[in-house]
Design a protein around this ligand. Structure first.
Ligand SMILES: [Zn+2]
Ligand SMILES: [Zn+2]
Ligand SMILES: [Zn+2]
Length: 279
């Protein structure tokens, strides 16, 4: 299984669109290296996790054929994770010879309402027909084509039931854990009961090494370590498992060299835009 990180920033991007702080000014001076777009990952060229405003840019930048994507797992409705308007271009005169005529979209009720709102003004009937929404709750267990998917509850505010995902195919498993604060306790026995042994865990590391995170809706690297220890106790990890950190806030100075050194110090790999993990 191949997972490619398309975007690795928190909501505002890095540098942030409207920010003139020292970090963002420095990052603008070395964009080719430091640019971080909003969160998205592609698995095996046909499953996407999240759909930020940069999805179009990501497809151009990494040579992805979005017409081949059959499943889209949406974590939650925040703008940096779900830009539904782009989907109006998926068909009609805008897209010919699509490899997958139908796209299955999985998400919570709020994601469904953002999808409807995003499509409302412009969508052509033939485009609408190709989009199939599946509303899911935490602890769902379903198949998206060849992928076995488990949804997990995120700790990400109380306005919607944000989701995390466990995605398996061909004996390989990815745990996708952003956006979320410290993980719900119920996740660990659930995954144990399902017999999960992860090959790759991708943690929400929005706050990097900030000792006192400014919120409970995301994690720092120390909370990532606690989560990893709990996973080990529940035997949820393969010995060869890889641990990535991603979704960095511009306030945490997510310069590439700094994040590489920080992640390595604690046994993680820092994800960058374009990073590829083969498991
Ligand atoms: Zn986010
Ligand atoms: Zn800034
Ligand atoms: Zn969010």
């Amino acid at each position: 299984m191949k997972l490619q990180y398309f975007g690795t920033a928190a909501a505002e991007g890095f540098p942030a669109a409207f920010c003139n702080c020292e970090y963002c000014r420095r990052a603008r001076g070395g964009l080719a290296k430091e640019l971080r777009t909003r969160s998205q990952a592609m698995i095996d060229d046909d499953l996407l996790i999240d759909f930020p405003p940069e999805t179009y840019l990501h497809a151009m930048r990494y040579g992805a054929d979005l017409s081949a994507v059959t499943a889209l797992l949406v974590t939650h409705s925040h703008t940096d994770h779900f830009y539904a308007q782009e989907l109006v271009n998926r068909g009609y005169k805008f897209a010919h010879g699509m490899r997958a005529p139908s796209l299955a979209i999985y998400g919570n009720a709020e994601v469904e309402s953002v999808l409807e709102e995003g499509l409302r003004r412009e969508v052509r009937p033939s485009v609408r027909e190709g989009l199939h929404f599946h509303r899911i709750a935490p602890f769902a267990d379903f198949f998206a084509g060849e992928y076995h998917v488990l949804s997990l509850p995120a700790h990400h505010g109380n306005k919607e039931e944000a989701l995390l995902y466990c995605v398996s195919k061909g004996g390989k498993t990815v745990l996708w854990l952003n956006d979320s604060g410290p993980l719900e306790e119920s996740i660990f026995p659930f995954l144990e009961e399902k017999g999960i042994r992860a090959d790759l865990v991708s943690f929400d590391c929005t706050f990097a090494d900030e000792e006192h995170p400014s919120g409970e809706r995301h994690m720092n690297i120390f909370q990532n370590m606690e989560a990893r220890e709990k996973m080990a106790k529940y035997r949820l990890l393969k010995p060869s498992a890889k641990y990535y950190v991603t979704h960095f806030s511009h306030n945490s100075a997510p310069f590439r060299d700094r994040m590489d050194a920080l992640a390595e110090k604690y046994g993680f790999i820092a994800a960058h835009d374009g990073s590829v993990a083969e498991i």
